[in-house]
Design a protein around this ligand. Sequence first.
Ligand SMILES: Cc1ncc(COP(=O)(O)O)c(C=O)c1O
Length: 436
Amino acid sequence: MTSRDETVQLHETYLSKHKLPLFKQFGWDVVEGKREGVFFWDLDGKRYFDCHVCGGVYNLGHRNPKVVKAVRDALDHVDLGNHHLMSSERSRLAKKLVESAGETSSGERMGRVVFASGGGEAMDFAFKMAKGYTGKSTILCLEGGYHGHTGLSMGAGDEKYTDAWNYKPEGFVKVSLEDLDRIETFFDEDTAAVSLETIPATLGMNVIPRKTMQHIRKVTREHGVLLILDEIQTGCGRSGRTWAFQHYDIMPDIFATGKGFSGGIYPIAATVYRDEMEQVYEQNPMIHFSTFGGSEIGCAAAETVLDHATDPDFLAHVNALSDFFRNAVEELAERSNKVAGLRQIGMFQAIEFVDVATCISAVARLNENGVFCVFSNNDRVCAQFMPPLIMTMEEAEELMALVEKSISEADAVDLTSSEFFSTQTEARIRNVNRRL
Ligand SMILES: Cc1ncc(COP(=O)(O)O)c(C=O)c1O
């Protein structure tokens, strides 16, 4: 294996020169070595609890044996498949995915699937579908939200990413979290859809209240506006339900999955939409392709993921972990003058600190103490805290002890000396302290 020093040198020469100094500030200058279950190790053998899980990719832990076996078995029989031909693997997975969305109390269901190779591509398709189906041009989305760095998905996200590339996809109108309760006042004859992460991750995992989400669903339907939900981080069991929108008893018109859908072993993503939207293909069924989207190896991984994410025992375990961390962090918040509380649905959670400087220091101490996590980049008062869902209760207790130790060691840092913080707009939103 290439040594750490060689890797750092190769990275600086052939990959990114500018990321490393930034990574060093937060203790993220780690070269990953061995990985297994809830842990990974750096090349010097330091062990980390993975509480970033690449935004949900490692929901089932690293190298989950069932996912590895499914992919190994698939490799014995199939390859990526040909995206022009029909596929047993893709067809079976599409059925499972549609069924996993279930049915609302008023009988609404999802209908069909288009596969992609990554989350940005799946969201691009969601936007294409919304515009194509409605014949309208505008998507309302959340200021400070994140849907990927591909084409349209970049337009739906934070402007610092599009501005840097001198690229501005048209037709994305941003609203704030506070605007969601009166989203209908932003509708006009061009509005195709409202698009949200079911729980906005980069924006600090602020939970959208049930009443607000149901209001959005009601008025979008009344005005013939589609509702797109990005479940790329929140889905696949992370929230304690298969899909986070199921907490709200609503059915979107379109939703996207990615990240954890891959089982952390083989990339795959998908856009799921209501049956009637299929009419966009009527004139020309050949208007959308993705060569690697829904590859048959990826289907094997994703089928195993859905088996977990729809298993009541697995979801009960996620909810038991969620109860444990809620109690532990709330108790810590009472004792500590650094922690404000936990933002949480299931195991989709972020520890909120009393201020940004304390949060940044805590993230650095956590990484030093072997708990890999990051702050929410558009609400830097909170650290995303996403342990793998297969974590045992014993591991959860060990992790929580490290969290307490790290927070006790955290001191508010002087951010004015950091180039990163001085050159970024502080996008922290007012903490609206939302609960389901
Ligand atoms: C909510 C959300 N949507 C979309 C994406 C984009 O996914 P990908 O990086 O696979 O394109 C991400 C990635 O971080 C995400 O967090």
